[in-house]
Design a protein around this ligand. Structure first.
Ligand SMILES: *Cc1c(COP(=O)(O)O)cnc(C)c1O
Length: 360
């Protein structure tokens, strides 16, 4: 029995309007009628667990979130299967990661039970908002903010947790299209002891100037490198990165504390053996990666994350020029792994690893 008490929205969107919005919702632009909610203070712990009408928050302008960015978030999807049931993919991993991110940002961790109950209660309440079209999903965005109104720099004693949900089309509307990547040396995403392994808004705020640099270089996305010598590849602003070698290895940067531990990353590493791939987690120096791409030893390169699942990378660019991966098209293994994951998520293949959790 969920501890999230439902306060129904008296002004839900009429069904005809909802269906019109859901026909082509885009990604993360349309939001459902309700949100999950909980509040925390040191005295009461987590309380006020509820499902409430979606709407603006009224916050004191002195709240910590506006000044010191004390915030963490998560991103996961609810998938509608052919029999109309609705499922989450490994949400326990998002729960654990959010607790770890919260601890890093000196926010109070939410229990796995509360995290799972919050998404379950929201999806149950707004089940009509879960689309059923090809690669559509109900994108769930849990987040936590410190809202103590005080200018002193210290952990908030008033914290809010909420989950909003968004019926969404595939992240890239044009379908699985290879992207070009700029390797920035101007900006870093994370450093040793920093917040690189936490999913926090601050990491994204600091990635935007780098993304603009990538665009000014004619690239779609930016990738970051570490401070090592030689520099090694880390990840994109919001996706992990992997390379498929000609001799059947799957290489990805090891988790060093500066890289976000993606659920998609972990899942791909787990299914890799089913596709005859041997997994190698290691530091990947930029220079050797570029050499291997040029020599054709690295045959495929892709980015991975919940929103876009797997996105092929057609080329890397840096000051040394453009390095085209293979023939620049989506590679066969990239597409095979992507198919495997989406088939699992949408219930088109047996859940042999017990990764799905039924919500509705
Ligand atoms: C969320 C995120 C990812 C991908 O994680 P998933 O759990 O696979 O969605 C990768 N890198 C960064 C920086 C992220 O914020």
């Amino acid at each position: 029995m969920s501890s999230f008490v439902v306060q129904h929205n008296p002004h839900v969107l009429p069904a005809a309007d909802r269906e019109r919005l859901m026909a082509d919702p885009g990604f993360g632009k349309v939001f459902s009628d309700h949100m999950a909610w909980a509040a925390w203070t040191p005295e009461r712990g987590w309380h006020d667990r509820s499902i409430r009408p979606y709407g603006p928050l009224q916050l004191d302008p002195a709240s910590a979130i506006f000044h010191y960015g004390q915030e963490v978030f998560e991103g996961l999807k609810a998938y509608r299967h052919a029999d109309s049931s609705v499922w989450a993919f490994r949400p326990e991993m998002n729960a654990a990661r959010m607790a770890a991110s919260a601890t890093r940002l000196a926010l109070p961790p939410l229990s796995e039970g509360d995290f799972l109950d919050s998404i379950q209660a929201l999806v149950e309440t707004d089940r009509d908002w879960v689309p059923g079209g090809e690669e559509q999903s109900f994108y769930l965005r849990p987040f936590m903010i410190g809202v103590t109104p005080a200018m002193a720099v210290k952990p908030s004693r008033h914290v809010l947790y909420a989950v909003i949900g968004s019926p969404s089309s595939p992240y890239f509307e044009a379908g699985v299209r290879p992207v070009s990547i700029w390797l920035t040396r101007t900006y870093a995403r994370a450093g040793a002891g920093g917040t690189g392994a936490a999913k926090c808004g601050g990491n994204y705020a600091s990635s935007m100037a780098a993304q603009l640099e990538a665009e000014s270089q004619g690239c779609d996305q930016v990738a970051f490198v570490d401070a090592g010598s030689p520099a090694s590849v880390e990840e994109l602003g919001g996706m992990n990165i992997m390379a498929v070698t000609r001799d059947g290895e799957l290489h990805t940067p090891q988790l060093t504390g500066t890289i976000l531990p993606g659920v998609t990353r972990a899942s791909i590493l787990d299914i890799a053996a089913d596709h005859g791939l041997r997994v190698v987690e290691r530091r990947i120096p930029v220079s050797s990666l570029l050499d291997d791409i040029d020599a054709g030893t690295v045959a495929e390169l892709f980015a991975c994350g919940t929103a876009a699942v797997i996105t092929p990378i057609s080329q890397l660019k840096d000051d040394s020029g453009v390095h085209r991966v293979g023939d620049g098209q989506a590679g066969p293994m990239t597409l095979e792994l992507r198919q495997h994951l989406t088939d699992l998520q949408y219930g088109r293949r047996p859940d042999d690893r017990g990764w799905l959790r039924r919500l509705v």
